[in-house]
Write a protein that binds this ligand. Structure first.
Ligand code: GDP
Length: 369
């Protein structure tokens, strides 16, 4: 390779040399450019018809539109959701959480196959607000659920990646509607048990399963009390080999910790079980607990009550999101905020008058008063 003129080719940089690049090679595949164009967008009617038929390709395309930020896609997506709503609601929605390494994917693989043995279809969705940052979702990745992903009755979809937690969660919630309309009667929603996403998952599922591990010293340490309080079932994974004893000890500790919590709104007493996802031990028992929960809450009316409350919560949430989006999406507001924040931080103005000023501007501009 030839050296070209460059300051670092000077003698004082003896160990460095800068070479000229190679010429652009000719196109490797001259036919690549002639690939057929992308398929045209399906209409909402076509998508709905496909979804109701249980066509996985149409379902996937509709979910892609739900996740898209394009207003054209969103318009189609919203029409599809509206038309699917009357066909939705008939599923068991189960949230599954646990810290990374707790064994969520291993467990979902075996739980999923167990459920599918009883017939029906299963959709596995994920909420992972961090997936944009980590590139390539850490959740819902098909290769993580090897057996399940080959099952014809399973639909596995990674977390939508764009946007705020609220946005990501809403898209997952809308995807649930589409999956139910497509005949998926079991829905798993997976999330990493480390932060705010549990609240969002809790607001869209009937049953919330917390996967825990034993043998990490003080078993209750590091578990956010709020997450434990949301759980309808706590399952201690990796109860196999030498870990059986510690798992049983953790079970006893969790049971006594749960006694200290206030009674749940459903009247259901959260249970604590041990199992092994990897060795497939104790799986029917975990599922038997979940079955009992559904029977219990269907009988006492809590199931329906919770679904209605969730629908209301999501309506409020959607309004909040739209209002916030409209406000912060206004370029003049954005400019004003920069200046005002600067003043507030330099103590030149109080937080309240600054907030008032930008809100006054926004309300006046939109004739809101
Ligand atoms: P995730 O990050 O929560 O999805 O966890 P994974 O399912 O990827 O599991 C993390 C690690 O724990 C992997 O190396 C698994 O093989 C292992 N693992 C999962 N379940 C079990 C189990 O039941 N017993 C044992 N011994 N190991 C397990």
């Amino acid at each position: 390779m030839t050296q070209h003129h460059h300051p670092e080719n000077d003698d004082s940089y003896a160990s460095l040399s800068v070479n000229s690049g190679v010429a652009q090679p000719p196109s490797v595949n001259p036919y690549a450019a002639r690939r057929p164009k992308r398929k045209p967008l399906p209409t909402a009617g076509e998508l709905v018809e496909g979804i109701l038929r249980g066509d996985i390709t149409m379902l996937s395309r509709a979910v892609t539109l739900v996740e898209s930020l394009s207003p054209v896609h969103q318009a189609i997506a919203q029409e599809v959701i509206e038309k699917c709503l009357p066909h939705s609601g008939r599923s068991r929605r189960i949230g599954i959480t646990g810290v990374p390494g707790a064994g969520k994917s291993t467990s979902i693989d075996v739980f999923g196959l167990h459920v599918l043995r009883g017939g029906g279809k299963l959709a596995v969705l994920a909420i992972d607000p961090s997936s944009e940052r980590t590139k390539g979702s850490i959740l819902g990745d098909k290769t993580r659920m090897e057996k399940l992903s080959q099952h014809p009755g399973a639909f596995i979809r990674p977390s939508p990646s764009a946007g705020s937690l609220g946005g990501v969660a809403r898209k997952t919630r809308e995807t649930i509607v589409l999956c139910e309309a497509a005949g998926y009667d079991n829905i798993f929603v997976e999330t990493v048990g480390v932060g705010q996403s549990e609240t969002a998952v809790h607001s869209m599922v009937d049953f919330f399963l917390l996967i825990q591990l034993a043998g990490t010293g003080d078993e209750l340490q590091g578990i956010k009390r709020g997450i434990m309080e949301m759980a309808d079932g706590i399952v201690i994974n990796k109860a196999d080999g030498d870990n059986i004893g510690p798992a049983q000890l953790a079970q006893a500790q969790f049971r006594s910790a749960l006694h200290l919590f206030p009674p749940t709104a459903s009247g259901w007493k959260p249970e604590v079980l041990t199992y092994s996802g990897y060795f497939e031990l104790g799986i029917p028992e975990v599922w038997d607990m979940i079955d009992r929960y559904f029977r219990f809450t269907e009988d006492n009316g809590y199931f329906l009550h919770k679904r209605r409350e969730q629908a209301r919560w999501w309506m409020r949430e959607s309004i909040d999101e739209a209002l916030r989006g409209n406000f912060y999406g206004d370029p003049a507001v954005e400019t004003m905020l920069v200046g005002l924040e600067h003043d507030v931080m330099a103590d030149r103005r109080s937080s309240f008058t600054a907030a008032r000023e930008v809100l006054d501007y926004y309300f006046n501009k939109n004739n809101l008063r």
